[in-house]
Design a protein. Structure first.
Length: 173
């Protein structure tokens, strides 16, 4: 049964999920974003159409393999952003939800951009840094498959419920 979120007046919101759906639990963000879209009766994003929006244009959802510097422009166009990703256990909580600030973070990898750095690019280039959170879900298996492990699937359901509640809070006071 779809859950409908009140659609008047809302803060422009972006949900950006990233990871590799062909590496088991690394693709948990794709599963979470698709489930949120389904529960909101919005067309699900796919590899062919990774960006979808609600009919009113206040909610945009994107799935990607990784964060890219050019995503900072899209981030700047929103008032709130929820980044969704997997983690490998370096984070103490299996489901971690953290508020984020714009902060440039150096990376030893040329292909790694953190949500904080994406926010920092948005602030530096466009003068806007929306309120942001990171929803990080523990991954347990990272083999070559597009099926989530049982433990990560349970955490994904919790993340979906969190995001749906977070969306309910997006109305402008």
């Amino acid at each position: 049964m779809p859950l409908f979120v009140t659609i008047s007046p809302m803060k422009k919101t972006l949900i950006l999920g990233y990871g590799n759906p062909d590496r088991q639990d690394d693709g948990v963000a794709w599963t979470i974003i698709k489930e949120v879209a389904e529960r909101l009766a919005i067309i699900q994003p796919s590899a062919d159409e990774p960006q979808v929006s609600s009919a009113d244009g206040y909610l945009t959802m994107i799935i990607a393999l990784q964060l890219l510097p050019e995503m900072a422009e899209l981030v700047a166009q929103h008032e709130r952003v929820s980044f969704v990703d997997a983690h490998t256990g370096r984070v103490p909580a299996d489901l971690s939800i953290d508020s984020l600030d714009a902060e440039f973070q150096k990376s030893p990898f040329t292909h790694h951009l953190t949500p904080q750095t994406c926010l920092s690019l948005s602030k530096t280039l466009y003068g806007k840094s929306p309120a942001a959170e990171l929803v990080s879900v523990r991954g347990y298996e990272f083999g070559f498959s597009n099926n989530l492990s049982t433990r990560t699937r349970m955490l994904a359901n919790q993340a979906v419920n969190h995001i749906l509640k977070w969306l309910e809070e997006r109305t402008i006071p």
